[in-house]
Design a protein around this ligand. Structure first.
Ligand code: KG4
Ligand code: ZN
Length: 469
């Protein structure tokens, strides 16, 4: 069953506008259909306000409605506005690089017309990690429904879109294969152009869908699969300042959570490893254990999390031993909150130091103009508020604007792929000459590797920026 997928069976009158892209949540939609006549002339803002009992005056409904919260009020479209919609450029995007099967249709103004997503996260949580063959089968089982769901929700047929975009790199080979093959099938059926998309580039460009962010800007991606700092100079034009030399932070948060047996913790059983660590860390003392900040002596912007994880593992082993807890039991050490807090703080310090250097490097090399100092922060780990606050301390110090896409666009989804395809299409580039010849690439770094130049710049990150309490 495809989660988070629902359809708009009705055609609304032009007067019944809905907040574009994020549409109404399922609850609002069904209640609106039940309570109000379809030819109602009440705007959806008013309807949503009524359904959520939001007082009328002086309050912004967008703050009370999570699905609408990242929608700009100005971006209103009418569902029956077929003529207008069709005259716009539309791209269908397909994402299958890891553990989400996603599809979406976006227009050239950054409106999401329809979206569907099937997440495999719960399945992989049970396996204790992603098993590529399981992930592949789940993509295979859901891709058709997800793509059709996105088109149905947009009220469109495949023929209505200008192009089909799909993630072709980087990612898990077995997973990429499903999306690429399915996209090629649609391209054969429809004769539409095919735009192959780089997954990380799509993460970086998503923020431009909602805000006016000019190139060049700084990008920080932190997730279960990625960890990188880059400069986005244009579509398909990136400078890679640093990336992880071993593991990505999300994976390490997950592994430490597993070592701490947090799925047996009453406050954490339904949370991802990273979320569980964040919750417990907020109850703990981050000074309780002194852990070493990774790579503090390396004057580059690369990352390492494996050593930090092993040090935390050793700490957990020691504490379990002191308390006589067998490693294979469900029992959790009493200092779990302090361990989580110390682990999270040290990881944050590592991220802060790398960002600090990246900003100084851009300053030294005049890469980011004074009037456009912007950092786009994205990825599942970026939803950690402690980490976000820590990184904001760095951006604040240098007068950078920090832009974080809303959580559901930070994690993998079809919207970001559709939008990346749109960015290429708008520039009249990126369309595959021979769609059948497009191959997926499990490994593919983002942009030009600048890591040696960063190191050679010999940039010191003193004085250290403190994490706000
Ligand atoms: O971007 P994402 O949803 O997908 C993949 O990378 O596939 O990131 C998922 C990762 C998981 O490892 C999860 O533990 C981590 O992001 N994560 C967090 C938090 N929420 C999710 N890590 C730290 N703190 C969080 N609040
Ligand atoms: Zn991703």
């Amino acid at each position: 069953m495809v989660a988070a997928m629902f359809f708009y069976p009705y055609s609304f009158t032009p007067k019944m506008a809905a907040p574009i892209g994020r549409e109404m949540c399922r609850k609002c939609f069904s209640q609106i259909v039940q309570k109000y006549p379809l030819k109602s002339s009440i705007s959806s803002d008013v309807l949503v306000r009524r359904l959520h009992n939001v007082p009328k005056k002086g309050l912004n409904v967008l703050r009370y409605h999570p699905k609408v919260a990242f929608s700009k009020k100005s971006q209103i479209r009418t569902f029956a506005d077929d003529a207008g919609r069709k005259s716009r450029l539309l791209v269908l995007g397909i994402e299958t690089s890891c553990d989400e099967t996603g599809a979406a249709v976006v227009d050239d103004r950054g409106n999401v017309l329809g979206e569907a997503l099937h997440s495999q996260k719960l399945v992989h949580l049970k396996h204790g990690g992603i098993v590529p063959t399981v992930a592949q089968q789940l993509h295979r089982d859901h891709i058709e429904d997800v793509v059709q769901g996105a088109l149905d929700r947009a009220g469109l047929r495949l023929q209505d879109v200008a192009a089909i975009a799909a993630t072709v790199k980087p990612g898990l080979a077995l997973c990429l294969q499903i999306g690429v093959e399915y996209a090629k099938k649609l391209v054969r059926q429809s004769g539409k152009p095919f735009i192959p998309v780089h997954h990380m580039e799509a993460h970086a460009l998503t923020a431009r869908m909602m805000e006016n962010i000019e190139f060049p800007f700084l990008v920080f991606l932190l997730s279960g699969g990625h960890c990188l700092l880059a400069v986005a100079r244009g579509v398909g034009d990136f400078l890679l300042l640093g990336s992880t030399t071993d593991e990505a932070p999300g994976v390490v948060f997950d592994q430490v959570a597993r070592k701490l047996k947090l799925k047996h913790h009453p406050a954490c059983s339904t949370l991802s490893g990273g979320q569980a660590i964040e919750v417990l860390a907020s109850r703990g003392d981050s000074q309780a254990f002194k852990l070493t900040v990774p790579m503090a002596r390396y004057a580059n912007c690369d990352f390492s999390f494996a050593g930090h994880k092993n040090q935390t593992y050793r700490l957990i082993d020691r504490k379990e031993k002191e308390e006589g807890i067998p490693a294979d039991s469900d029992q959790i050490v009493s200092s779990v909150n302090d361990i989580a807090a110390s682990f999270q703080k040290t990881a944050s310090q590592h991220l802060m130091q790398r960002l600090h250097r990246a900003i100084l490097y851009c300053q030294q090399r005049h890469i980011i103009p004074q009037h456009n100092k912007t950092l786009v922060l994205s990825g599942g780990v970026a939803s950690n508020m402690y980490i976000r606050r820590s990184l904001q301390a760095v951006t604040d110090r240098f007068g950078y604007r920090l832009v974080c896409p809303p959580p559901r666009l930070c994690t993998d989804n079809g919207v970001m792929i559709a939008w990346a395809g749109m960015e290429w299409l708008k520039e009249g580039r990126g369309v595959a000459e021979d769609p059948e010849a497009v191959e997926f690439q499990p490994r593919c770094p983002l942009g030009v590797d600048m890591s040696t130049d960063v190191l050679n710049a010999g940039i010191k990150t003193t004085p250290k920026i403190r994490i706000p309490s």
